[in-house]
Design a protein around this ligand. Structure first.
Ligand SMILES: CC(C)(COP(=O)(O)OP(=O)(O)OC[C@H]1O[C@@H](n2cnc3c(N)ncnc32)[C@H](O)[C@@H]1OP(=O)(O)O)[C@@H](O)C(=O)NCCC(=O)NCCS
Length: 196
């Protein structure tokens, strides 16, 4: 399965993505994605974590929906997922990380977000999506604002990043607030990039 966007496509999170994790998990991206953890992980540790994650998901019958983000040229640049899925409430948490920081701030993450939000509401019939982030994460704050998520809560000192306590921000989006992907593309003026 492939969800086709303007700048990126969402594809199954397979081997090509698992192979990038050692690089991504030791990068600046994971400081932001894990809300403050600066990891130094060996290849063996990353593989162990992948194994544990797969087992955990299988044992729990996890309903997470996990996509790789690739550029229109097919380059894997990150991941985006619906996790903590609560089927009875039809609510899920969003998580995303573009592992290669040279792709930050170029609209790739927002294009991926529009695809997964549309998929979650229109195909999976979720009622609500939410996301938590550190109050230092201005890229996410800006992105949430652009895509019309509501800041629902701020909890004090929920994280500890670079030696200081940091608040956690919770954003939420209800299905009835979502105007649809096409309307958001129009509103944001998102355009496909011309090939060089
Ligand atoms: C969060 C993330 C997925 C967003 O994707 P992205 O491709 O960078 O996002 P976009 O380019 O679509 O939008 C980011 C917005 O933040 C703005 N921005 C970029 N750098 C910024 C900065 N240092 N301060 C404030 N705003 C900034 C961009 O200008 C853009 O807003 P604009 O469209 O109004 O110009 C990506 O930055 C990322 O993976 N970051 C590291 C991991 C992470 O933080 N994961 C989320 C954890 S909750």
């Amino acid at each position: 399965m492939k969800l086709e966007g303007l700048l990126v496509d969402l594809v199954p999170y397979g081997k090509r993505y698992l192979e990038q994790e050692h690089r991504w998990h030791n990068s600046e991206a994971w400081f932001w994605a894990t809300a403050g953890d600066r990891m130094i992980l060996s290849q063996a540790a990353v593989e162990r974590r992948q194994q544990e994650r797969a087992e955990w998901m299988e044992q729990r019958g996890s309903k997470s929906v996990w996509f790789g983000i690739q550029t229109k040229d097919g380059l894997p640049i990150g991941d985006i997922a619906l996790t903590w899925v609560m089927p009875f409430s039809r609510v899920a948490m969003l998580g995303a990380a573009i592992g290669d920081s040279e792709y930050w701030g170029g609209g790739y993450g927002t294009d991926a977000l529009l695809l997964i939000v549309d998929y979650a509401f229109d195909w999976l019939d979720f009622r609500k999506l939410w996301l938590g982030t550190m109050s230092l994460n201005e890229r996410v704050m800006r992105q949430m604002e652009k895509v019309r998520f509501t800041l629902e809560a701020r909890t004090r000192d929920g994280h500890y990043a670079d030696g200081q306590p940091v608040d956690e921000l919770y954003y939420g989006l209800l299905r009835e607030e979502w105007p649809g992907r096409e309307a958001m593309i129009e509103k944001l003026g998102l355009r496909a990039r011309m090939k060089a």
